[in-house]
Design a protein around this ligand. Structure first.
Ligand code: PRT
Ligand code: MG
Length: 224
């Protein structure tokens, strides 16, 4: 499949989400000689220009980045490991861990809930999360039975109103958990964002993509 206007193999389309991933990717793009010349926070445009007329940036939801790249609507993109696990990674080549947008995936409960005791006693736990694949694998590997409740946001609310016993969510500073009287009881994994490349584009556009992949690799190693 090919992206819009991608008949010329020197056209490149990059998918990014607004916010931390966009901001942390800008210096990596600069290292590859690419400057984004429009600001997604002040512009309503979803397709941004760069200093290179052959490179454009699509602004999509963080969870949609792998989908655009998988189907070739974008040649490459940047997505969190959390998002890539839930997507499954089909059709994606993941050459570089960029060490950006770092956080951890953790289990949290309402302060006062004895998670260790519940696990020891083999209780069936109700777990609310946006990350059902990660949560299912984590609890299966511990031999803990769970009822997963899929949410799309504000997971922190679920234990407070009795929707669940625990949540699986991303934690960075921990201040969101603290503000909601929740405690982190288990770290599942460290999370960072990866460069993802459409597998067909990598073959057809290797001459354009390879130098960018290498520049991203050098710049992210320098950061790590
Ligand atoms: O926000 P939106 O619903 O549009 O989508 P999104 O949350 O998927 O996107 P975005 O841009 O917020 O996150 C993009 C990626 O950044 C995620 O996929 C992660 O890989 C990464 N990342 C790094 C984070 C965080 N740190 C993070 N702290 N993503 C989310 N958070 C949230 C977390 O879910 C919780 O609500 O921030 C809150 C916790 O932060 P602390 O600092 O209070 O602990
Ligand atoms: Mg968010």
């Amino acid at each position: 499949m090919s992206g819009f206007n991608s008949d010329a193999n020197n056209q490149l389309i990059l998918a990014l989400s607004k916010g931390r991933i966009f901001e942390d990717t800008l210096p990596l793009l600069e290292a590859a000689g690419i400057t984004v010349t429009e600001n997604p926070d002040t512009s309503r445009k979803l397709i941004l220009a760069t200093n290179d007329p052959n490179v454009r940036v699509l602004i999509v939801r963080a969870t949609d980045v792998p989908t655009y790249v998988q189907h070739g609507a974008a040649d490459f993109g940047v997505a969190g490991k959390d998002v890539l696990i839930e997507h499954g990674g089909e059709g994606l080549y993941q050459p570089v861990d960029l060490n950006i947008a770092q956080c951890r995936m953790s289990v949290a409960v309402k302060s006062g809930f004895d998670y260790e005791a519940a696990v020891r006693q083999g209780a069936r736990l109700r777990v609310a999360t946006k990350f059902t694949t990660t949560a299912r694998e984590h609890f299966a590997s511990k031999g803990v039975h769970v009822d997963l409740i899929k949410l799309y946001g504000s997971m922190e609310l679920a234990p407070l109103v009795g929707l669940s016993d625990a949540i699986v969510d991303l934690v960075s500073t921990g201040s969101t958990l603290r503000a909601n009287n929740l405690v982190e009881v288990e770290e599942i994994m460290q999370i960072s964002s990866r460069l993802v490349v459409n597998q067909a584009a990598l073959k057809l556009k290797r001459a354009r993509l390879q130098p960018i992949i290498e520049a991203f690799e050098r710049a992210s190693k320098a950061r790590a």
